[in-house]
Ligand binder design. Structure first.
Ligand SMILES: NC(=O)c1ccc[n+]([C@@H]2O[C@H](COP(=O)([O-])OP(=O)(O)OC[C@H]3O[C@@H](n4cnc5c(N)ncnc54)[C@H](OP(=O)(O)O)[C@@H]3O)[C@@H](O)[C@H]2O)c1
Length: 309
């Protein structure tokens, strides 16, 4: 198939493109920078330069490329400050709303077979009921104030992709990425914060996190590209875990001191309501549907072993 990867140079794109090429697909990888074209070529894809927020350019490009599948892996997250979550996600939110619409519209014009888009499976789920959520469970009807726009952008992306009844619209709700090229990797920002004891357990640390190794996320995406049916899939490892469990285990693995423990009100003061919610209330995600329907199985079944690889 001819696969157009938007976000070919990113943390997941750089894992995904070589896998698709290795499976014999003809991959076209998008970047905004002339200077990153060689990076895309080195991954085995044909580079194209465009800004996904420019609808005319996206339409022109996709009319020329004529892909069978579009994969949307565009984000601009850098290092968000949870106190200003929506502010720091503003560009990502535009990529999840405007760029999604531009690519769907251009994809429709050339009759793509599938549209696979990146979503997220941790903080968007409603913070009620059991600790682990499935795709049919509701998203948060009342997110923390600083996260409202970001959740609205996720809702927009998911509704637009699933509502595209002229193609197979697939939403992959990834867990928190870790591994090469992410912030949860040796030398990565979050590993360093844990090492320096700057990542405390807030309140009881009851927020349940689902992780996924970036290579496993890419493997699931290949399955979705090749044979995924319309719908939402959680792409996470087998062991959702509360902060109170994974954070001390990570610190120990890094040879750091035990993380500090701070009361919720203190955590809220320094990390805002969004930070406190993520440390104390969010829910994890079940990967049963992705395993069953995509035939995917994570090589790193738990962050316990995965963090060390
Ligand atoms: N599920 C998760 O946990 C999750 C999800 C996403 C990101 N993250 C993390 O966030 C950190 C930073 O990631 P990031 O958001 O900066 O993403 P990234 O992984 O660096 O990738 C962003 C991709 O989007 C492309 N892009 C952005 N804006 C674009 C535009 N207007 N037009 C065309 N392409 C555009 C970039 O292309 P060019 O720069 O080449 O133009 C790049 O390929 C990493 O640690 C990553 O692991 C985590």
């Amino acid at each position: 198939m001819k696969v157009f990867v938007a976000g070919a140079t990113g943390a997941i794109g750089t894992q995904l493109v070589p896998r698709l090429v290795g499976k014999g697909h003809d991959v076209v990888g998008m970047t905004r920078s002339e200077s990153k074209q060689d990076q895309v070529r080195a991954l085995g894809a044909t580079p194209v330069v465009a800004d996904a927020l420019d609808p005319g350019r996206v339409a022109e490009l996709l009319a020329t490329v004529e892909p069978d599948v579009i994969v949307h892996q565009l984000t601009a997250i850098s290092t968000p400050d949870p106190r200003h979550f929506d502010r720091d996600f503003a560009l990502t939110n535009r990529l999840r709303t405007e760029a999604t619409d531009h690519m769907l519209s251009a994809g429709r014009a050339v009759g793509i077979e599938r549209f696979v888009a990146q979503s997220y499976c941790a903080w968007p789920y409603a913070r009620v009921g059991g600790p682990v959520k499935s795709e049919g469970d509701p998203l948060d009807p009342k997110p923390a104030r600083e996260m409202r726009k970001s959740l609205a952008a996720i809702r927009h992306l998911e509704a637009a992709v699933l509502g595209a009844d002229w193609t197979e619209g697939i939403v992959l709700r990834y867990g928190a990425f870790y591994g090469p090229g992410t912030s949860l990797a040796p030398g990565g920002e979050h590993f360093e914060m844990v090492r320096k004891r700057r990542y405390p357990v807030v309140g009881g640390g009851g927020g349940v996190w689902s992780f996924v190794h970036i290579a496993d996320a890419a493997d699931a995406t290949v399955e979705a590209v090749e044979h995924g049916g319309r719908g939402v899939y959680n792409v996470a490892d087998d062991e959702p875990a509360p902060v109170a469990e994974w954070l001390p285990a990570l610190a120990q693995m890094l040879g750091a001191k035990k993380p500090r423990r701070v009361p919720r009100f203190f955590g809220r003061m320094f990390a805002g309501e969004a930070g406190a919610v993520m440390m104390t209330e969010i829910r994890g995600a079940s990967n049963a549907k992705a395993k069953r329907e995509l035939g995917w199985c994570p090589q790193h079944s738990s962050w316990r072993q995965g963090f060390a690889t």
